[in-house]
Write a protein that binds this ligand. Structure first.
Ligand code: LLP
Length: 411
């Protein structure tokens, strides 16, 4: 949102020159436009109202949890670890929503003890566990699988009947779960939840979700209907996605059309659409290897350890030079990382300016979601730092790992 290019073509974000930042902080480096993050959180709260939760799995550190909370979002945590980080950031427990298809007794106890706002119940075994725990009487939503196939990658499609998540509507499991939860003295049933998948481009997929959910939800007369996360973002040229505002409007329209009672709290859990486009990754080019008649490999100092999405889902990204932001990108290259695998792509079909040389800093935009959060230490590569930029200043919110960190758990 806050990118600007000076007369010589150099790119700044939030008033901070990216090449200077790369020199100071080293590469690879995640750079987030803090005002962009805040604007997306505010947009979500305005569009959905109170109760909308940030899907923290997309990107979580204490600074991000605090930011989402400051901007009025609840936070969806999917494990005890995410719960721990959000609490450590000072987010009040009642603003947290606990997810997970296999929550341990330990995770459930921790959540009930601190008093999380909502627990999204995913299995009959979990209901058993909650009943064994007793005490606290947490508010719960029941997660149902509506049998919708969202148009997205198979690995991130979650709403179809064949899913490890939630209770099937078609099988009657959802109905049985509701009956048990209604009777249970261990919990307070507060609503229904579904999540159809991630990186979904069509508002229509969510409309369809509401249509299917409504006939189940309406007769239950429960206060909340959460339609999950999943709004897609454009990664490469030519892609388009609805805004958060348009997404909410489509869902609200569908709720009205499907007779969802007006007083229902309709909520959502956007992750990617809050953080993805707020960030880019800076890398330094280490080698350029043209292979006559085949392709040119341009290798950078990171790769599948800081962004596994190209390897996992075949995801595409753009690539450009922040020293010549608007330069024509005429040279076809395959941007690869430094890992010991041929599949270690950063940008499989990239284009860079023809004068790109070893030592140049390159940028891949839209890496704010599921990059840092899915980063690993494969090949014992330390994970990159995360910097928030705003108003001409940069602050490191996650420092770079050191070689010592790589042995922190060795005994
Ligand atoms: N709610 C639930 C229950 C979820 O499982 C997820 C994501 C979200 C909300 C947030 O979804 P979002 O708005 O970010 O799409 N690693 C994959 C994405 C996995 C999504 C997992 N669940 C990727 O890099 O594309």
């Amino acid at each position: 949102m806050n990118a600007s290019v000076d007369a010589s073509g150099r790119l700044s974000i939030g008033g901070v020159d990216l090449l200077d930042l790369a020199s100071e902080q080293g590469t690879p480096l995640f750079v987030y436009d803090e005002d962009h993050l805040r604007a997306r959180c505010r947009e979500a709260v305005t569009a959905w109202g109170d109760g909308v939760a940030y899907g923290a799995k997309a990107f979580l550190c204490r600074a991000m949890a605090a930011l989402a909370h400051e901007e009025g979002m609840c936070i969806d945590v999917a494990t005890g670890g995410e719960l721990h980080v959000a609490l450590a950031a000072g987010v009040p427990a009642e603003r947290l929503v606990l997810h997970g298809n296999n929550k341990s007794e330990h995770e459930l106890r921790a959540a009930v003890e601190v008093g999380v706002g909502r627990i999204v119940v995913d299995s009959f075994d979990e209901i058993d566990r909650l009943e064994r725990l007793g005490g606290g009487r947490p508010r719960v939503l029941v997660r149902v699988t509506p049998g919708i196939e969202a148009h997205t990658h198979e690995y991130i499609m979650t709403g179809q009947a064949d899913s490890k998540f939630g209770f099937g509507l078609a099988t009657g499991d959802a109905e049985r779960a509701v009956r048990r939860l209604e009777r249970s003295r261990a919990v307070e049933l507060a609503g229904v939840h579904a999540h159809i998948g991630s990186q979904v481009f069509l508002a229509d997929s969510f409309v369809r979700e509401v249509e299917v959910l409504a006939s189940f939800f309406n007769p239950l007369a429960l206060p909340e209907l959460c339609i999950g996360g999943g709004l897609g973002v454009p990664y490469v040229e030519g892609e388009e996605a609805p805004t958060i505002t348009e997404w909410a409007a489509a869902v609200h329209g569908a709720c009205t059309a499907s007779g969802v009672p007006e007083e229902t709290r309709v909520t959502a859990e956007p992750g990617r659409s809050i953080v993805a486009a707020a960030a880019l990754t800076l890398y330094r080019v280490g080698t350029i290897k043209p292979i006559e008649g085949v392709r040119t490999y341009l290798a950078v100092d990171g790769g599948m350890s800081d962004n596994p999405r190209p390897v996992l889902y075949g995801s595409g990204y753009e690539v450009f030079l922040p020293r010549s932001t608007d330069a024509d990108r005429t040279r076809a290259v395959t941007v690869v990382g430094k890992h010991c695998e041929s599949g270690d792509f950063v940008v499989r079909h990239g284009r860079v300016p023809s004068d790109t040389v070893v030592g140049d800093v390159i940028a891949t935009p839209v890496t704010g979601a599921y990059g840092h959060s899915m980063a690993s230490n494969y090949n014992k590569v330390p994970r990159p730092p995360v910097v928030f930029v705003s108003g001409g200043a940069a602050r490191v919110v996650v420092r770079r790992e050191t070689y010592e960190d790589l042995m922190a758990c060795d005994v």
